[in-house]
Design a protein around this ligand. Sequence first.
Ligand SMILES: [Zn+2]
Length: 115
Amino acid sequence: MPPEREADRISGAGERGVDFSMVGPTRTCVGCRKRAPASELIRFVAAACGDSFLLTADPGRRLPGRGAHLHPDPACFALAERRRAFGRALRLTGVPDAGPLAEHIRAVSMAARNA
Ligand SMILES: [Zn+2]
């Protein structure tokens, strides 16, 4: 086989489909329930605040405790809130205060729109 043909065959094989091993870990958005690379989602955790919980975005992915993930999209946030998915994803009792998380998502989605 001529060397050129062999090179074509090899480079062609690399373009077929997507290699998911290159994407890294995937997580499920608690809003739309779609899986996405963890890097495209916002991690958030629940911080105890008296006898209730405060949802806090964790952009650095460093906060301890059980986390859940959401697209930085107000539509996904609204879906998750309507379905009470936050409390369920984080195994919380009661309805957490999602105010700080809502604020974060609004800021991130605005920044993305202006980029
Ligand atoms: Zn989503």
